[in-house]
Design a protein around this ligand. Structure first.
Ligand SMILES: [Ca+2]
Ligand SMILES: [Ca+2]
Ligand SMILES: [Ca+2]
Ligand SMILES: [Ca+2]
Length: 541
């Protein structure tokens, strides 16, 4: 591990080859190309022959130029990357997905040489390495900066820590300065319009999800057509016993989260709200599909990412959340993204956290909704709790709060002090909003949703030299505003419509008979304090 770190620091542009992709470790800060040593992608011009004896793709393809290379690089196995399974044959065929293969080479093969050699073959469309990417967030644990026990609505015990849902201005930005009241996604009033539907499935392509917390129990998508533990693929979707999703990294159905990132993302989108416990997710009812495509040491092969995108699409997800990215462009990963977009599935992805204008994937592919991060003052997050900074670029669509985002603790159901910081968390908020917009009207298309979110985003709230009028490369169209988005086509009455976001004040003006100390203006230390079920909306009457 220390060798990896040393290399990435001293030889920035070096291409580092890792064996099998299992030792990438905390590679999130490595801005270098990483790819697997033993396998790579090949898209052929013609579909390869399947051996009658084995039912597998034959290593002897019968195409002379390919067979010569297969012998040169010791190719011992060829597997189709995508299988049609229960997917859409028209889109599958149009994109040529049946002609994309994973070639398994002998351990000593020089992959970069192989890829360039295969690429020049007239019988091959392209060949490229199986790159590795990472999650776009890092954890932390402390209470620093959260001083007040601000308004509590919904009634979730630690809702007051969720400043991104309701910011009363008491959390300092990491880079310095003051927190800003109202620098949040304007969620609380938006819930009066729409709080979710269990018809909407949000696929979380991440490190897995642990659902043993009461806040996530019952929130995960269940494949009702699959029977658990009988060793058969009952629904013929290509995956055996995938009752609660799949682990694409290990290729089995054990998709528990040993890293924590995915569990945080899941709780931002869908932690059970108003249960007098833990945190509040944005969508109270949507089902979360657990697609593990990162290892427990935060490493994700593009092979797993491509397959998990297809799985999410074919099994009913309307939204795909990818709080992860790799620095390498890939035609193979792009195919999977195109499949999702062709099928009308909304894909949100993280801009990543290197504080640069470099592009990461899938965020930079056309059609993907790329999300950057802001801090507690509505400015682009130039420094997360652990360092880094929100990346920028011409593909950025919107920003959302990404620093110090608390959520369910993957290791300890009784722990409520674990937060994560990064464009990952901002991306999850956007996916949460998309799931609410779809809950409100399931017939909305990707373009409808993009139009609503971008046209209602708050512009010119960040640094004046970055957040220019209209779209800019640092903040995109602006910071998302859930109330404005859900109001966009809403015909019903909205409570307190005339109260603007900035007018929402901390609890100190919430004087009800229940709270004797409600007038206290002195900030109080954060603690696990059970709040009265005091619906702050009542105070406006
Ligand atoms: Ca199955
Ligand atoms: Ca089964
Ligand atoms: Ca809760
Ligand atoms: Ca702007």
């Amino acid at each position: 591990m220390s060798i990896i770190k040393l290399l990435s620091v001293s030889i920035f542009a070096v291409t580092l080859i890792l064996s099998g992709g299992n030792s990438a470790g905390s590679g999130e800060m490595n801005d270098v190309s990483l790819y697997t040593k033993s396998k790579f992608f090949v898209m052929t011009k013609e579909e390869l022959k399947v051996s009658e004896a084995t039912g597998e793709v034959s290593v002897i393809t019968g195409i002379k130029s390919i067979d010569e290379k297969n012998s040169r690089y010791g190719i011992n196995k060829i597997k189709p990357l995508f299988r049609l399974n229960n997917g859409d044959p028209a889109v599958f065929n149009e994109l040529g997905m049946s002609r994309i293969y994973v070639f398994y080479a002998e351990a000593t093969a020089d992959i970069s040489k192989a890829v360039s050699d295969y690429s020049s073959d007239l019988n091959i469309e392209y060949s490229e390495p199986n790159y590795i990417g990472f999650a776009a967030g890092k954890p932390g644990r402390d209470f620093k900066g959260i001083l007040s026990d601000a308004v509590s609505m919904p009634n979730d015990t630690y809702f007051y820590k969720q400043w991104y849902l309701k910011n009363v201005g008491d959390v300092m930005p990491t880079a310095g300065g003051k927190g800003k009241s109202g620098a949040d996604i304007n969620m609380v009033k938006a819930w009066d319009i729409e709080s979710g539907s269990d018809n909407i499935i949000v696929a979380i392509l991440d490190s897995g999800i642990n659902d043993d917390s009461p806040d996530l129990a019952g929130r995960l998508w269940v494949n009702k057509k699959e029977i658990w533990g009988n060793g058969r693929d009952d629904d013929n979707n290509g995956y055996i016993d995938d009752v609660k999703g799949w682990n694409f990294a290990a290729d089995n159905n054990d998709n528990h989260d040993g890293f924590g990132h995915g569990t945080n993302i899941a709780s931002v989108i869908g932690a059970k709200a108003n249960n007098n416990y833990g945190f509040a997710g944005m969508n109270f009812k949507a089902k979360l599909m657990n697609c593990k495509n990162l290892t427990d040491d935060n490493s994700g092969e593009y092979e797993w990412w491509a397959k998990s995108i297809q799985y999410a699409v074919d099994n009913g997800a309307r939204v795909i959340n990818m709080s992860e990215g790799g620095s390498d462009y890939s035609k193979t990963l792009k195919k999977a993204v195109e499949y999702a977009i062709n099928k009308g599935v909304f894909l949100s992805a993280a801009m990543m956290n290197y504080g640069t204008g470099k592009s990461y994937y899938p965020a930079a592919f056309p059609g993907v909704f790329a999300v950057g991060a802001t801090d507690t003052d509505d400015k682009r997050c130039k420094q997360f709790t652990w360092g880094g900074g929100s990346c920028w670029g011409k593909h950025i669509q919107v920003v959302a709060p990404g620093n110090r985002i608390y959520g369910v603790d993957y290791e300890n159901v009784n722990g409520f002090d674990l937060y994560w910081s990064g464009t990952s968390q901002a991306t999850a908020e956007v996916s949460g909003l998309v799931s609410l917009l779809l809950s409100q009207n399931q017939s909305r298309t990707i373009d409808d949703i993009k139009k609503i979110i971008t046209s209602t985003a708050r512009d010119q709230i960040g640094d004046a030299y970055e957040d220019k009028p209209g779209w800019d490369q640092y903040m995109g169209w602006g910071r998302i505003d859930c109330l404005a988005s859900l109001k966009y086509e809403y015909k019903g009455k909205i409570k307190d419509e005339n109260t603007t976001q900035e007018e929402i004040q901390p609890r100190e003006d919430t004087n009800t008979t229940k709270n004797k100390d409600a007038k206290a203006t002195k900030p109080q230390p954060a603690r696990a304090k059970k709040q009265d079920a005091d619906d702050g909306r009542a105070k406006k009457k």
